[in-house]
Design a protein around this ligand. Structure first.
Ligand SMILES: N[C@@H](CCC(=O)N[C@@H](CS)C(=O)NCC(=O)O)C(=O)O
Length: 214
């Protein structure tokens, strides 16, 4: 697959290629990094710390969240699942290549993004609030723990393909992020199904290269 540039005389050079605003640890941004790399699209990455300085997103994403993507054809896009849907429509079958287990794959992806969201909120509630709320922390932790259990059950039902699979990429990103932010999940994450999945995913250079460090 080649680079997708929609050339338009009125555009500056910057506007003619993909530009991704992200934060280093954002699991949602990692989904988009992985997809753009796997589609072999050239992208300029702009790291921000949204918690400390949301200014780089002003005028680009009214929600003030990453990932935020400049798409040469559509302008600023946000919401990782929507971005992935647009990329998939432009490159049919590239991100969701396995048609035979479509519903299971979508369920894996839904569980994975749910775990990502609950882990992000758990982190915000426990580490970023002046007075952490025990009740909300317990609630988010429970979503993460139950989500991981369900994810293990779903993964056991479908083979892990050797090719790029958004569902499995999402599962891997969610597990690594939960492991990073919530040490309480360590025992739960230490199981053969997850080790096998991560071993396969780490063969994609960009999965390993985009892994968030402590
Ligand atoms: N549903 C959104 C979630 C994006 C999201 O929550 N991003 C977080 C980073 S992981 C963020 O930008 N947080 C900044 C903030 O809350 O101020 C998506 O899928 O893109």
């Amino acid at each position: 697959m080649g680079t997708c540039l929609i050339l338009n005389a009125a555009m500056t050079t910057d506007q003619q290629s993909f530009r991704l605003i992200l934060s280093e640890r954002s699991p949602f941004a990692r989904r988009i990094r992985m997809a753009l790399r796997s589609l072999n699209l050239q992208v300029t990455e702009e790291m921000v710390n949204v918690l400390e300085d949301p200014k780089p997103l002003i005028g680009k994403n009214p929600l003030g969240l990453v990932p935020t993507l400049w798409h040469p054809k559509h302008g600023w896009l946000y919401e990782s699942s929507v971005i992935l849907q647009i990329l998939e429509e432009e490159h049919p079958g590239a991100l969701w290549p396995v048609r035979s287990h479509r519903v299971q794959h979508l369920r894996i992806s839904a569980l994975a993004t749910g775990i990502m969201g609950a882990s992000v909120h758990y982190f915000l509630v426990t580490k970023m609030q002046e007075t952490p709320s025990e009740r909300w922390a317990a609630d988010y932790l429970s979503s993460v723990v139950e989500g991981i259990k369900a994810l293990a059950e779903e993964l056991a039902q479908v083979p892990i393909p050797d090719t790029y699979s958004q569902a499995h990429i999402d599962a891997g990103i969610a597990l690594e992020y939960a492991g990073l932010r919530i040490p309480d999940t360590a025992n739960q994450l230490d199981q053969t199904a997850f080790r096998t999945l991560l071993e396969k995913l780490r063969k994609f250079t960009w999965f390993e290269a985009s892994r968030p460090r402590q």
